[in-house]
Design a protein around this ligand. Structure first.
Ligand code: PMP
Length: 297
């Protein structure tokens, strides 16, 4: 498959308050965000013209920046307007949005108190591609070489670019072994999450998910917990030991990009995606498309 580079596409990107031609949405190589990781971002999906949990993503972008010590120079309402401007300018109804905010070039040192903050929002087509049948085959996870660090080590609730360094290294390591993604333990050895998605386990008809005390409490994760409770499932948020995988029947990941992705293997241990995973996929699909249904008569 030919790869179309992300810097060489047609369309428009919103940058610092206005739409610019896609290839002109550039920044200087001496940018604090690039050298020191002072960058935060979002990943969002638009379904049939409506951004799912858009407000929550705007709020999280603000919070991520605040945790890194900078302010986003656009309000939640301004971000909301900008995101729809980008979608309309690129004629996207089913797609992915990538807002990013980073410190600029005024200061090239660790301290960057007087740097300006830049914000860009890109979007591209990304329909949900897989049929239920293909999805339910599940993906294979290998064990990540890195662990999610303690909250004393990094601002774990920030969706900060720098926190993805160990995710990319881990994902590459397991891809070399033939797996699709990496399962990360946390600094205590508990199950944590995948490299870009949260983790759910089904044990004897009940749903268990790791407590998000050292990784992102995903917006999809929170949505799935609420949906599962509405569907009548018991949901347990707790610390989970890797040995407990022996008692697990179904596993799935959740995330904006991953949506609900069933898992068929964790480093040699096999699982069969089943009815609970499928019922949640159906409920999540219905929720993301709820605005397309006309009200019942
Ligand atoms: N953990 C990590 C490391 C992620 O990158 C993501 C994707 N943003 C998630 C969890 C899931 O978050 P969300 O459901 O808000 O997309």
């Amino acid at each position: 498959m030919a790869i179309i580079p992300f810097d060489d596409r047609d369309g428009f990107i919103w940058m610092d308050g206005k739409l610019v031609e896609w290839r002109q949405a550039t920044t200087h190589v001496l940018t604090h965000g690039l050298h020191y990781g002072s960058s935060v971002f979002e990943g969002e999906r638009c379904y049939a013209g409506k951004i799912f949990k858009s407000h929550e993503h705007n709020v999280r972008l603000h919070k991520s920046a605040e945790l890194l010590g900078f302010d986003i120079p656009y309000s939640v309402e301004e971000l909301e307007k900008a995101k729809y401007e980008v979608l309309h300018a690129n004629n996207i109804t089913n797609g992915y949005l990538r807002p990013v905010a980073f410190r600029g070039s005024e200061m090239m040192a660790i301290s960057a108190q007087h740097s300006t903050v830049h914000v860009a929002i890109a979007a591209w087509e990304w329909p949900s591609m897989y049929s239920m049948e293909a999805k339910m085959k599940g993906i294979r996870l290998g064990m990540a070489p890195y662990k999610r660090p303690s909250p004393e080590t990094e601002p774990v609730a920030s969706k900060a670019a720098g926190l993805y360094m160990i995710c990319t290294i881990s994902k590459h390591a397991v891809e070399k072994q033939g797996f699709d993604d990496a399962l990360m333990l946390d600094y205590r050895g508990y199950l944590a999450e995948a490299t870009g998605a949260n983790l759910f386990l089904i044990i004897d008809g009940e749903i268990h998910t790791p407590t998000p005390d050292c990784f992102l409490n995903g917006i999809t994760r929170q949505t799935i917990i609420a949906l599962a409770k509405q569907l009548g499932y018991n949901v347990h948020e707790r610390h989970i030991q890797p040995e407990e995988l022996a008692r697990v029947q179904e596993i799935f990941l959740t995330g904006t990009a991953a949506e609900i992705t069933p898992v068929s293997e964790v480093a040699g241990q096999k699982f069969t995606p089943g009815i609970i995973t499928q019922s949640l996929i159906e409920a999540y699909t219905a929720l993301t498309h709820a605005h397309t249904k006309t009200a019942a008569a």
